[in-house]
Each structure stands twice: as C-alpha cells, then as structure tokens.
Design a binder for this molecule. Structure first.
Ligand code: NCD
Ligand code: ZN
Length: 345
C-alpha cells in the first residue's frame, strides 16, 4: 500500500482570489500548496484591460505573505468592447496568459460578459494567430434551457461554432461537469483542453438537494447526476493530458451563501490536495495524480512544470477548519463528506 507520494508542486488552472480583505485571507490557502494559478478576472468591476490585469497582479503579490512562493497567471475578462491589440500586447508582454469568456449572466459577476459572439470575433482571431488560450465558462444563459442541460447545449450552440469559425483558437473548457463535456474534448484532439474541479469529482446533484438544501455545495456549473460525476472521475484519472486541475475555488462569505438567494461557488483551496489524493486513492489511481495536478496544465499552457516537489503522506485524520475567518466575514471550507488522511508537506 502506498503511503507516501512525491509530486511536482501543483498548479491551479482556475482560481478565484477576489480582492481586498478576502484576497488576503484566501491567497495563503492556495499559495501554501500551489506554485501558480490562473486567476479569474470576475471582480466588480471586471479585469478587462492589460493595465487592470497588471494592477490586480500587483495587489495579489502585495497580499502574499513573506516567504511564500506563488505566481499569479492573469486573465482578461472578454467584453464586446475588448480591444484585440490590448489583448495581444498583454500576452506578448507576459501580463496575461489567457482571456476569459463569460456568456453574459452565466454566473457570479458576469454581467459584462458576451451577448453577441460575433462582436468578439476580431479578438478571437487575434488570439488564434498568437496561440493565446481562451478560457470558457461553458453554459448557455437562455432561460428556456434547463440549468442541468446548459453545458451540453453550450457545446453544440456556441462552442463548436466558435471553434469551427476560428481555426487554431486554443480553448480551455473550464470546470466541465458533464459526460458531454468529456466526450467533446476527446473528439477534438487539437487545441482543446478542459479543467475539472475538486468538488465535481466528489459531489453530484443529490449532495445539493437531498435532505435539505446545502448551499455550500451550490456552484456553477451546478453539479449534475452521478453518471456525469463518474465520467469526470474517469477523465481526470485517465492520464489523458487534455484534462487538468482547475479547482474553481470560489470564496463567498457565509451570509451570502446561507440565504434565500445564495450565490454560487465552493471554497476548496484549503483542503483540495488532501481531497484529490483521497479521491485518486479510492479509484486506485494515485499514480495518475501528478499528471492531473502538476503536468498536464503546464503542457497545455506551454509552461515548464514546477521544479519544486511536495510530499503527500498518509496518516492520521487531516484536521482542517470548517471555516476560515476573513476580514470580510467567515468562509466555509468545502466538506467532501468523507475523512481525509493525506497530509501535504
Ligand atoms: C464563481 C464565482 O463565485 O466567482 N462561482 C462558481 O460557482 N464557480 C464563478 C464561476 O466560475 O462560475
Ligand atoms: Zn470559476
């Protein structure tokens, strides 16, 4: 039985750090274990321009506690007004590694997202020409479409047409939640990757709804039925380099989750690696963990894997706080519903 595992230091290819007091509290939770992360730009107001991304990056580095080593990889929030030249210059100068596409209204702080996809065509073409990845929140917002079908419909109605119209565009399907998402990646061998969150490997929609509403399991895209969770687990553990970790750790203070209209997001930064080790061990796939957390993501983004290593050691129960205190209020830590035994050092 394996009880110790050394991995290259992982990266998180989809992370919400927020700003201000929240940033200060949640950043160490990620930086403790992760070397780099793709930072989501859905602040209020959003991080749209290269100048805004550079300023946000500075705020993140300023909030990083002494002695912690962490590199934020910035993204630009795509709007219908985004200037292709600003985007390409940000990529060339290393200010931003990717552009983030939110369909308007799809999720938390996405009001400035895209309504008419033809209006962002020049930006997408410029990105395809230089190989800059587009990170996609893949859900339609059509009120007629059932929330559990929104990812699958997005693939057919939006994503596939965009990719056909923009040859060479590199796309990350973020936080995929369906067997259809897995199948679409597999069917399109070039220029396409997908991130999978920690929580979508653990919960299905029953966890949210059975026995009372559990607001801390509500996120977007919403967790689907069990067959989809199993498809995600299979993809994450398949060794296929197109699938990699993006936790989508998305902190909200408890009063905004535990109310009549609770917002979407699971906060997993604190215990993500212990959960992942447990999940991969459950499926007898610990040998595939390093690919998922530390190798596939850098390969997609054209970056070297980290040289530093972490060690996971199996032992007594891992103690983690039920909540972390932030200057903005308490944030509940994701509860996987099973005990954790893998310690990170
Ligand atoms: C994210 C957030 O809170 O910013 N919420 C979530 O449920 N994942 C937004 C997002 O990534 O959809
Ligand atoms: Zn997110």
């Amino acid at each position: 039985m394996t009880d110790s595992l050394t991995l290259r230091r992982p990266d998180d290819w989809h992370l919400h750090l927020r700003d201000g007091a929240m940033l200060e509290a949640v950043l160490p939770e990620t930086a403790r274990h992760f070397a780099r992360a793709i930072i989501m730009p859905n602040l209020v107001p959003p991080v749209v321009t290269a100048a805004q991304a550079a300023a946000y990056r500075e705020r993140i580095l300023k909030a990083l506690p002494e002695g912690m080593d962490f590199t934020p990889l910035m993204t630009l929030y795509l709007t219908e007004e985004t200037d292709p030249e600003d985007v390409t210059a940000a990529y060339a100068n290393g200010i931003a590694q990717a552009v983030k596409l939110y369909p308007a209204g799809a999720t938390t702080n996405s009001a400035s997202g895209v309504r008419d996809f033809d209006r962002v065509r020049p930006v997408l073409e410029a990105m395809a020409a230089i190989g800059m990845p587009l990170c996609v929140h893949g859900e339609v917002t059509d009120p007629e479409i059932d929330i559990f079908d929104r990812e699958a419909v997005f693939i057919d109605r939006v994503l596939d047409p965009i990719r056909r119209a923009t040859p060479g565009l590199r796309v990350v399907m973020e936080h995929i939640t369906t067997a259809e998402g897995v199948a679409y990646v597999r069917a399109n061998p070039t220029g396409l990757g997908a991130t999978i969150t920690t929580h979508h490997l653990v919960i299905n929609r029953n966890h949210i709804l059975v026995g009372g509403i559990k607001p801390h399991y509500y996120c977007l895209p919403v967790a689907k039925r069990e067959s989809h969770r199993l498809a995600l687990r299979e993809a994450a553990m398949s060794g296929d380099a197109r699938f990699f970790l993006g936790t989508d750790s998305a902190p909200h203070v408890d009063p905004l989750k535990e109310c009549a209209c609770g917002c979407a997001g699971c906060f997993t930064a604190t215990n993500t690696l212990s959960i992942l080790a447990e999940v991969f061990e459950q499926d007898v796939r610990l040998d595939r963990l390093e690919g998922f957390t530390s190798l596939h993501g850098p390969a997609f983004y054209g970056l070297p894997p980290n040289e530093a290593r972490i060690t996971l050691t199996k032992g007594a129960l891992v103690a983690y706080p039920a909540k972390i205190e932030t200057g903005a209020g308490p944030v509940t830590v994701f509860d996987p519903g099973f005990p954790l035994h893998w310690h990170v050092s």
